[in-house]
Design a protein around this ligand. Structure first.
Ligand SMILES: [Zn+2]
Length: 238
């Protein structure tokens, strides 16, 4: 069921209806932040998110390691740290969805004695006092509220619009960038294009993540997916 309060990413698709082809998508900061974020995700995180839907063999590999008895592992290795890696925090607050899990579950461990060191895994010996570092502490992401800097979340500055191509190549929205595109599709002006508004929730963002691994025409593939679902629903009404 759709969650009305969930943040959504807006996207505008522009189609050449004569040629039945996507010319480009217009996106704001939130979608381009999402594109940046895709590349910052560890492979194990992508595999965990997609698992059964994953093309290739990584889903099976993930499952095998998940089910392997700890007794086969070196005592200093932690399977959970491998299966749930920490996404790098390269911006103030990671934008939307994919990393919420990492952020809200991110724990570090300290000893309860001298508090001089932190560890990613529990129960290491503190280098200073030699007590077990077993007290879990939560991670606090930097934000304007706790840094005092008026920094916006995510990667991209302010309210710039971007042209995003079907293969996820993107560039700032400008006449200089737009005209060659229109020329390529033999269009004279952008009003010859048909607009389609999309609002992406977390489920749809996962689908785009999956398509970005499989397809060189991500938006077209996404649109075809929506069409085939609409068709299926029309044939099998609830
Ligand atoms: Zn200590």
């Amino acid at each position: 069921m759709e969650n009305a309060t969930e943040a959504k990413i807006s996207l505008k698709l522009f189609w050449d209806t004569n040629a039945d082809k996507l010319v480009f998508a217009e996106a704001g900061k939130d979608f381009v932040d999402f594109l940046f974020h895709l590349l910052s995700l560890p492979l194990a995180t992508v595999t965990r998110i997609l698992k059964e839907d994953m093309v290739g063999s990584l889903g099976k590999l993930y499952e095998t390691i998940e089910n392997l008895s700890e007794s086969y592992l070196q005592p200093n290795q932690n399977k959970n740290a491998l299966l749930n890696p920490r996404a790098p925090i390269c911006a103030t607050e990671i934008p939307l969805m994919l990393s919420d899990y990492e952020l809200h579950n991110r724990k570090s461990y300290v000893c309860s004695n001298c508090n001089s060191f932190v560890a990613d895994v529990p129960n290491l010996l503190c280098p200073r006092c030699k007590q077990k570092m077993s007290s879990a502490v939560s991670y606090v992401p930097p934000s304007p509220a706790n840094t005092g800097f008026p920094v916006d979340r995510g990667f991209i500055k302010g309210s710039v619009s971007f042209i995003v191509m079907d293969n996820l190549e993107f560039m700032p929205m400008s006449t200089k960038n737009l005209l060659p595109l229109l020329r390529k599709f033999n269009l004279k002006e952008s009003h010859e294009l048909e607009e389609m508004d999309l609002k992406l929730d977390s489920r749809q963002v996962m689908r785009l993540l999956k398509l970005s691994l499989e397809s060189k025409t991500v938006f077209t593939s996404y649109y075809q997916l929506l069409l085939s679902e609409a068709l299926k629903n029309a044939c099998n009404p609830m």
